[in-house]
Design a protein around this ligand. Structure first.
Ligand code: PAZ
Length: 349
């Protein structure tokens, strides 16, 4: 299977890798959603969430995956909706979603808090079902928010599975959202593979085990943030990327390097094990005002390498998390901070 790695730019990637079959349909839905939100004057945020897969075969039996459950994205989407944003929620199929995430089968199986009311024997009508008293308050809260978002039509959901689906969708959606100019925010919380197997190098059928060990050489996924900033969103979007590391020492340097390289607005850094109670916002410092009479910034290049970091921390839960709506979620504060910064971006500050 091993062939020379190819170096893909964003352009050569899209010229050689096939678009997902549902792309046109997805774009049509987003176009309609964006036009309606624009008419109603809302800010729109694109939230990406969950992990991408990398298929190893064309008739896919095996694939590379990652740990992301989509908690960050699904939780943040709820807080954006609460803040008055319309949300395009682009997520890995079957990962967590806003509202239903509170009742995921593993953390809070909903069958456990339903009760069957006494049935009258001899009648054909099925018995009524009720919610356990202790769960009622939380459920009413979630259900009320869910129903009002549906009534307002402010949540639009799309799914991806592979890294290829993700890249095609992200490009198309960024282009659609660019009509909103500064009122669009991009919140890139999905865990996207850095490596992939181009279609041209994939085996058609299930890889056979006859040859013993398996050697696969993957190509690097093209860095798409630069064209996203400069071309797809035409420099207007407020773009927030996430950086995950397991070595905490790398977080800030890598976040700074990403800002330097791609020129977007914010990197939110998080450590794998501390991500639920600690993140760091990294951004460029605003340029200092020019002294009277000076037309060229005297600091020049220096200013592009000066960054501001601010850490956001919430208390670490002391007991195992019992899921209720009363538990503080760090996404509430992440979203509040980004909404503030986006407002300043809209005002051109
Ligand atoms: O989905 P989740 O809540 O389990 O994890 C969220 C996260 C760590 C994937 C996200 O916060 C993040 O850092 N995304 C970017 C990952 C990266 O490509 O660096």
């Amino acid at each position: 299977m091993s062939e020379e790695p190819t170096s893909f730019s964003a352009d050569s990637y899209f010229a050689t890798q096939p678009a997902p079959p549902t792309l046109e349909h997805d774009i049509a839905g987003v176009k309609e959603f964006v036009a309606r939100q624009a008419k109603e004057g809302r800010n729109v945020v694109l939230v990406t969430s969950g992990g991408t897969t990398v298929p190893l075969e064309l008739n896919v039996v095996r694939f590379l995956d990652n740990f992301s459950a989509g908690t960050r994205g699904a939780t943040s989407a709820e807080y954006f909706l609460k803040a008055g944003y319309a949300v395009i929620f682009m997520h890995r199929q079957f990962s967590l979603q806003p509202f239903s995430r509170h009742y995921s089968h593993s953390t809070n199986p909903f069958l456990d808090f339903l009760e069957i009311e006494g049935s009258k024997s001899g009648t054909a009508t099925p018995p009524a079902i009720s919610v356990t008293h202790a769960m009622r308050k939380d459920l009413v809260e979630v259900l009320t928010a869910y129903k009002s978002v549906h009534a307002a039509g402010t949540l639009h959901t799309l799914t991806f599975v592979t890294v290829n689906d993700y890249l095609w969708l992200l490009r198309a959606l960024s282009q659609e959202l660019s009509v909103l100019k500064r009122k669009a925010m991009y919140y890139l919380a999905a865990a996207v593979s850095d490596f992939f197997l181009p279609r041209q190098k994939m085996s058609e059928h299930k890889i056979q085990s006859g040859k013993g060990s398996l050697h696969i050489e993957m190509d690097q996924v093209p860095k798409i943030l630069k064209p996203m900033v400069d071309v797809w969103t035409r420099g207007d979007g407020f773009i927030v990327s996430f950086k995950l590391e397991t070595d905490e020492q790398l977080l800030v340097p890598k976040a700074r390097a990403a800002l330097e390289r791609y020129g977007h607005q914010v990197v939110v850094g998080n450590d794998l094990h501390r991500r639920k109670f600690e993140v760091v916002f990294v951004s460029r410092k605003p340029l200092p005002p020019l002294p009277p009479g000076v037309t060229v910034n005297p600091i020049g290049e220096e200013t592009t390498s000066s960054f501001a970091e601010s850490w956001l921390r919430i208390d670490i839960p002391t007991s195992p998390i019992v899921h209720t709506n009363q538990v503080k979620e760090i996404e509430e504060d992440i979203v509040a901070e980004l909404v503030r910064r986006h407002e300043r971006w809209i005002q051109g500050r």
